[in-house]
Design a protein around this ligand. Structure first.
Ligand code: G3H
Ligand code: 13P
Ligand code: ZN
Length: 316
């Protein structure tokens, strides 16, 4: 059942974080739904601009609709990840999305406010909520690359002003993470001090953490042992998910880790069976492995086991 992102946030705020998982194809959708059901967790499906054009945006929407029918007990929201203004309007008008993200974080503060406010007005007119971003994460997202040293943490004073002036419904904050598999050079930790200050200024307001993959070392080691060349990778400490959730981080974005599961499964499969060329056997393994990964993350996020309580609260 597709619900609004606002309904999910209301149930989760301050207690647990919703896993927001990016999908691009049917195998990821199957693994995601299976893992969410086995861990009894609500979740958010995210679709990036790149994902919408990978096959066709209608294909992805149809896959998600079908998954919702195959797993009728699932409760989830559908969200546009890192949208530009035009893509936000397209998703708002599609009637399929629960929420959109307008990412104007690379623009100056005033311009970010201006663009975000326009998207908020259009989205709210259709009952859709809006995630905005303030501050700059490092790494690559869509076609934008932020070089090391140019990432900037979210300023809590600006965050309060930004939310008041734009009317956005949630805010992606830069608190030390970055997109991709190479997040940290030294000690890895989130900036809880910044998060505390943002929460103090925006009590009860849902915050979002991007770049939250943990980049498991054993996964990367297995990929490299099967012919990969991923060097110097580092991710978020999974033990920091729940403390962040208690400080208002209600949505935690995970994409890279799923790509690593895919790469490990397929590299190992074709290393061990070099004469095979049917893609369905590794595809089936991937679905099961991704489902296990999703369930494990939902436990760490605290969303595992929340499904029935959420269902009951939605009926009230
Ligand atoms: O933050 C970006 C997400 O990982 C989506 O990546 O734009 O390559 O689909 P993508
Ligand atoms: P990761 O690259 O850490 O998985 O982050 C994904 C993300 O933030 C999607 O918006
Ligand atoms: Zn992101």
């Amino acid at each position: 059942m597709i619900v609004t992102t606002a309904q999910l946030f209301k149930h989760a705020y301050g207690k647990y974080a919703l896993g927001a998982y990016n999908i691009n194809n049917a195998e990821q959708a199957m693994g995601l739904f299976k893992g969410a059901i086995s861990s009894k967790a609500p979740f958010i499906i995210q679709i990036s601009k790149g994902a919408r054009s990978y096959t066709d945006k209608r294909m992805l929407e149809a896959i998600i609709r079908a998954a919702g029918e195959i797993f009728p007990e699932a409760i989830f929201a559908v969200h546009l990840d890192h949208g530009d203004e035009a893509t936000c309007y397209d998703c708002i008008n599609s009637g399929f999305f629960s929420s959109v993200m307008i990412d104007a974080s690379h623009d100056p503060f005033e311009k970010n406010i201006e663009i975000t406010k326009r998207v908020v007005d259009a989205a709210h007119a259709k009952g859709i909520s809006v995630e905005a971003e303030l501050g700059m994460l490092g790494g690559v997202e869509e076609d934008i690359k932020v070089e090391d040293g140019h990432a900037t943490l979210t300023n809590p004073v600006e965050a309060e002003e930004f939310v008041k002036r734009t009317g956005c419904d949630s805010l992606a904050c830069a608190i030390g993470t970055s997109h991709g598999a190479f997040k940290f050079k030294g000690k890895q930790s989130l900036h809880f001090d910044v998060l505390e200050k943002i929460k103090a200024r925006l009590p009860g307001f849902p915050l979002v953490m991007h770049g939250s993959s943990s980049v498991p070392k054993d996964e990367v080691d297995r990929i490299n042992a099967a012919g990969g060349k991923i060097k110097d990778s580092a991710g978020v400490d999974v033990n920091e998910y729940l403390p962040a959730a208690r400080l208002g981080v209600t949505k935690i974005n995970i994409d890279t880790d799923g790509r690593l599961v895919w790469t490990r499964v397929h590299r190992e499969f074709f290393r061990d069976k070099p004469s095979d060329f049917d893609f369905r056997p590794p595809g089936k393994i991937f679905i099961e492995e991704y489902a296990k990964f999703i369930a494990s993350r939902n436990v760490l996020l605290g969303s595992a086991g929340q499904l029935e309580d959420l269902r009951a609260s939605l009926k009230k």
